[in-house]
Structure formats: C-alpha cells, structure tokens
Ligand binder design. Structure first.
Ligand SMILES: Nc1ncnc2c1ncn2[C@@H]1O[C@H](COP(=O)(O)OP(=O)(O)O)[C@@H](O)[C@H]1O
Ligand SMILES: [Mg+2]
Length: 245
C-alpha cells in the first residue's frame, strides 16, 4: 500500500507546485494522473520517488516513510535516459550489480524478452528507435522487480502506433509481477486504456480536482460503447479542470 498524506511542495523560487495531495493506492493498482502542464504531475512523482522532499505531508510505502530514493520504487521518464556507453543488456542490468554475472545475465535476458527485444541485448542505445529505447527503459525499471513503478509521460514522445503498441506491452508486463503503477499522462485514451482510477488535477497550486474509477476489465476494447461512456465522463471532468476556480 502506497499512502500519500496531504503532500505539498513549494519550490525555493516560491512556486507553489502541489497542495493537499492525499491518495491511498493498493498494491497492483494502476493510477493515471492527468492534467495540463504545470499541474504538478512531475513534482508529485518526484516526491513519491524520494528524489524531492515535500514541503508538507508524507509518503509511506507499507507504513514506512519514503524520504529518499527507495529500492522498491522506480521511475521511468518521458525520454529513455539510457547510458550511451553501455550496451542494451548492460543498461538493463545496471541496477543488478549485486548479482553474479550468470544470474544477472538470466534476469536481463528475461526482461528483454518481456519487452520484445530478446535479440537486441548487444546493440548500443544509438542504434535503437525511440520506441525500442523506451522498451529498454521499461525493462531496466522492471528488472529489479519494484513494488511501485512511476511513469512520467513515458510514451508521449512516440508516434500513435508505437504508443498503442507499448501501452498493450506495458499491460502484458504488468500482469506478471503486478507492480503498482502511477502513470502521468496527458493522453486521455492512454489513461482510459490502462487505469483503474484516473486522478484529474488542476494547477496553481497543483491539486486533485476529480477522481474517476474505471471498472472495465483489461485489456479494454477502445471501440466499445462502455469505453466511449468512460471517455465522455473523463472529458467532462477535464473540461471542469480548465474552468477558472
Ligand atoms: N525544480 C523546480 N524549481 C522551481 N519550480 C519548479 C521546479 N520544478 C517544477 N517547477 C514548477 O512547478 C510547477 C509544477 O511543475 P511540474 O511538476 O513539472 O508540472 P507538470 O509535470 O504537471 O507539468 C510549474 O509551475 C513548474 O514551473
Ligand atoms: Mg511533467
């Protein structure tokens, strides 16, 4: 269980990025956080990851406070951030330094297979397409078997075909160890395809405006009437998030 209590962040320059953000997330739940730019979404993920310290409030994982980067919490960014001087396999294995070579090799191979890149371990990051590089980032984030995976607009730099493909892939991978996912996105369909709950935020200061539960079973049919109905509900909420307070 991940518990956020009354999280707030005011940066040193006085920007009031986040206020009163409270949320309890069950193990294996998939949460999408949606809202315009400047809503404090990235700030929220950095606070949960322990990369940034809250001005107010607390983050707890299974009752223990998180106040610095935590071995059970991983973060995936919009751009893959691979290390250019390491092969794909060594990028994925980077967080497994404590394992011996053979164990590490097996774990890396299995992770690359899961993201559909079984044969590309020997390649260099610069030889990959954007979608392939982001798959490597997903493999790297999952190979340490985190309990919580935070994703900050992970597919937004990709074309629509690749994005849809990776959304499906992410669900396949998620279903194996079922980590808790918190996915920041500004793609409405992405939120509706993946999330159990969608948190709609509004800015200045960033806070929760609405929460929508999506009961449809995964994998969801993007063309179904039920999907369209959920989309309508989300669009109404997003519209409200854009109105002046
Ligand atoms: N390190 C920082 N220092 C000062 N202000 C920041 C910093 N990071 C983000 N901000 C500001 O905080 C607000 C929220 O930013 P951010 O969390 O990046 O929003 P989002 O990810 O929703 O676009 C914005 O006004 C942004 O300019
Ligand atoms: Mg952001």
């Amino acid at each position: 269980m991940l518990t956020l209590r009354n999280l707030g962040k005011t940066y040193a320059n006085g920007v009031h990025a986040l206020e009163g953000f409270s949320l309890s997330v069950a193990r294996s739940e998939i949460i999408a956080v949606i809202g315009g730019s400047g809503c404090g979404k990235s700030t929220l993920l950095r606070l949960i990851s322990g990369l940034e310290t809250p001005t107010r409030g607390t983050v707890e994982l299974n009752g223990e406070p998180v106040s610095q980067p935590h071995p059970l919490i991983n973060l995936i960014f919009q751009e893959p951030r691979l290390l250019p001087w390491l092969t794909v396999a060594n990028n994925v294995g980077f967080g497994l330094a404590e394992l011996d070579g053979a164990d590490r090799g097996r774990r890396v191979e299995a992770a690359l297979k899961k993201v559909g890149l079984a044969k590309l371990g020997h390649r260099w990051p610069k030889e990959l397409s954007g979608g392939q590089a982001q798959r490597v980032a997903i493999a790297r984030a999952l190979v340490t078997r985190p309990e919580v995976l935070l994703l900050d607009e992970p597919f937004s730099a990709l074309d629509a075909f690749t994005r849809t493909d990776l959304q499906d892939h992410l669900l396949d991978i998620w279903s194996e160890t079922r980590p808790t996912l918190i996915l920041v996105t500004h793609d409405i369909d992405e939120a509706l395809v993946l999330a159990d709950r969608i948190i709609v935020m509004r800015p200045w200061p960033g806070r929760i405006l609405d929460e929508i539960t999506i009961e449809l079973p995964k994998k969801r049919d993007r063309t179904s009437a039920a999907f369209e109905a959920a989309k309508r509900q989300l669009l109404l909420s997003l519209n409200a998030s854009l109105q002046p307070a």
